[in-house]
Design a protein around this ligand. Structure first.
Ligand code: ADP
Ligand code: MG
Length: 459
C-alpha cells in the first residue's frame, strides 16, 4: 500500500512540478519506511546532492501532498542515504530510528508559514552573499552600489533602485545587502519583503484593524529591502501607506532598497509622487550576462556544490542558456545530478545528452507548464493559484495572460486551455483573449512585455 501511495504522490508532483522534476529527482528517491506513530516518512536518496536539492526545493511539496496522502497534518521527513540504509537495514520502525538519523527536517508545512518564520528570525538566504555573487560587466554597477550601501547604509545612495530582467540576480543582491549589514551590525533591524507580500500584509492589516501596528512595524526598521516593487502597481491604498513609510524612513536616513523588473518611469499604475521617490537615489540596472560571466557563474556554482567543472563543459552549458541565470543554474544542476546518479564524469557529451534531451522535449511543442513557469516569473502566482477559483483582480489578469500566451504559442484548443487552467470553459478563454487584446491597445509597453514573455516561452 505504501508503494501505491508513493506512486500516487509522484503523479501529483508530476502535475505540480512537471515530469522533468520527477524524472530527474524523485525517481532517484525511494520511500524507505513509514512510521505511522511518529508521523515520519523515511526517504532514501542516492547521495547528499540529490537529497539537498530535494530538501531545498521540494520539501514543502512533499510535506503537503505526501502528508495528505498519508493523512497526517504535520509530516516529518527524514532522509537516509544508501550507507545508512545498509547499517540500519532490518531495524524496526521504532521511534529510536528517528533519533538515530541526524537529518530530521521539521520544516513548517506551508510556504506562508515558512516565510513568516524566516521573517521573524530576520534571516536572509545565506547562500545569497556578495562572495557568491559573480561580478561582470552586466552587473558591476549594481553590485558595487549594493556593497557600498552595505558599508554605509542610509548615507550613500538612498533609495537604491536595482532593475533588470528575471533571473539576473536582483533578489540575490538584496539578500546580500541584508546579510552584509547584519554581519556588520547584529542589532540592525533589517526587513526584506517582496512587494506582493507587502500588499497582502497591508490588506490583512486593514481587515483585522491593525493598520497602526503595520505602520509602526515598518517605521521602526533600519533597512528596508523591497523586492519586485512593480507588484505594488494599481494598489492605490497600499501605495498611499507605503508612501508614508517611505517618507518617514527616508527622513530618518534609513536605507531603502528596491528591485524591479523595469525602471521607475516604466512601472505602470503607480502614483507619480511615489514613482519620483523611487528614483530619488541611485537607479542602476543589471543586464544579461556575457558568455564569460555565464561561464564564471557556472564554475562558481559548481564550486559551491563541491564539483570541479572543466572550462569547456562550462562553456558548453553557458551556450545552451540564453541569459536567465536561474535557468543557467538549473541546467548545471541537471547535468551534475545526472552525472552523480549515473556515476559518470561531467563531460560535454553528458551535458549534451541531458540538455539536448530537455530541448527536444520542448521542441515537441511549447507546453502549458512551461508557460505557467514563465508567467510565475512575471506575476506572483503558481499553477495552483491560476487553477483556483479565486478571482481577485491581479490573479485573474495573470490567468488571462496565461490563456492568451497558451493560445499564441501552442496549437491547443480553447477547450484544452480552459481545462488545464482549472476546468474553465472555452467561453472564459475567449473572454480572456478579448480582454488581453484590449489591454494591449490601451496600455503602452504591454505588448512589449508580452513579446518578452513569448520569447522566454519559445526559448
Ligand atoms: P532575480 O531576482 O533577478 O529574478 P535572482 O536573484 O533570484 O534573480 O537570481 C536567480 C539565481 O541566479 C539565483 O540562484 C542567484 O543566486 C543566481 N545569480 C544571479 N546572478 C548571479 C551572479 N552574478 N552570480 C552568481 N549567481 C547569480
Ligand atoms: Mg527576484
Amino acid at each position: 500500500m505504501i508503494q501505491g501511495i508513493w506512486d500516487q504522490f509522484l503523479n501529483i508532483i508530476r502535475e505540480e512540478a512537471g515530469s522533468r522534476v520527477v524524472e530527474t529527482w524523485f525517481k532517484a528517491v525511494s520511500l524507505y519506511q513509514w512510521d505511522s506513530l511518529q508521523h515520519t516518512v523515511f526517504l532514501q536518496a542516492p547521495n547528499a546532492f540529490v537529497k539537498d536539492w530535494i530538501v531545498g526545493n521540494y520539501l514543502d511539496l512533499i510535506q503537503l501532498h505526501l502528508g495528505r496522502l498519508l493523512n497526517v497534518k504535520t509530516l516529518r521527513v527524514v532522509f537516509i542515504d544508501a550507507c545508512q540504509e545498509k547499517s540500519q537495514a532490518g531495524s524496526s520502525t521504532s521511534s529510536k530510528d528517528v533519533d538515530l538519523v541526524p537529518a530530521v527536517l521539521d520544516k513548517p508545512k506551508n510556504a506562508l508559514l515558512k516565510r513568516l518564520q524566516s521573517k521573524n528570525r530576520g534571516s536572509f538566504n545565506i547562500g545569497y552573499k556578495f562572495d557568491t555573487f559573480v561580478v561582470g560587466p552586466s552587473n558591476s554597477l549594481a553590485s558595487a552600489a549594493a556593497q557600498a550601501i552595505t558599508e554605509k547604509p542610509g548615507h550613500l545612495y538612498n533609495p537604491l533602485f536595482i532593475y533588470g530582467g528575471s533571473g539576473l540576480g536582483k533578489t540575490h543582491l538584496l539578500h546580500a545587502i541584508g546579510n552584509g549589514i547584519r554581519a556588520r551590525n547584529a542589532k540592525a533591524s533589517i526587513l526584506y519583503q517582496t512587494a506582493d507580500r507587502f500588499v497582502s500584509e497591508f490588506i490583512n492589516a486593514i481587515r483585522f484593524n491593525k493598520v497602526h501596528k503595520f505602520q509602526s512595524k515598518y517605521n521602526n526598521i533600519d533597512v528596508l529591502l523591497i523586492d519586485d516593487i512593480q507588484f505594488i502597481s494599481n494598489k492605490e491604498q497600499t501605495q498611499e501607506a507605503f508612501f508614508h513609510i517611505f517618507n518617514s524612513l527616508y527622513d530618518l536616513q534609513k536605507q531603502i532598497v528596491f528591485s524591479s523588473d523595469t525602471f521607475p518611469q516604466n512601472i505602470e499604475g503607480i502614483a507619480e509622487r511615489l514613482r519620483s521617490r523611487l528614483a530619488w537615489g541611485l537607479v542602476t540596472d543589471i543586464h544579461a550576462p556575457s558568455l564569460e560571466t555565464k561561464v564564471a557563474i557556472l564554475k562558481r556554482k559548481a564550486d559551491l556544490h563541491s564539483e570541479n567543472l572543466a572550462d569547456d563543459v562550462a562553456h558548453f552549458i553557458a551556450m545552451q542558456v540564453d541569459s536567465n541565470i536561474r535557468e543557467l543554474e538549473g541546467a548545471l544542476v541537471r547535468v551534475l545530478a545526472f552525472a552523480s546518479i549515473t556515476k559518470q564524469p561531467v563531460s560535454i557529451d553528458l551535458s549534451k545528452r541531458v540538455l539536448m534531451r530537455s530541448q527536444e522535449e520542448d521542441a515537441v511543442g511549447v507546453n502549458f507548464r512551461k508557460i505557467v513557469r514563465c508567467i510565475s516569473r512575471f506575476y506572483p502566482y503558481s499553477l495552483s493559484d491560476l487553477r483556483s477559483k479565486r478571482r481577485n483582480k491581479n490573479l485573474s489578469f495573470a490567468r488571462q495572460v496565461a490563456m492568451f500566451l497558451m493560445k499564441r504559442t501552442t496549437n491547443k484548443s480553447l477547450r484544452d486551455i480552459g481545462h488545464f487552467l482549472g476546468g474553465r470553459d472555452h467561453s472564459t478563454v475567449m473572454h480572456a483573449l478579448d480582454k488581453i487584446e484590449q489591454h494591449i491597445e490601451k496600455t503602452p509597453g504591454f505588448s512589449d512585455q508580452l513579446r518578452r514573455m513569448e520569447r522566454e516561452i519559445r526559448r
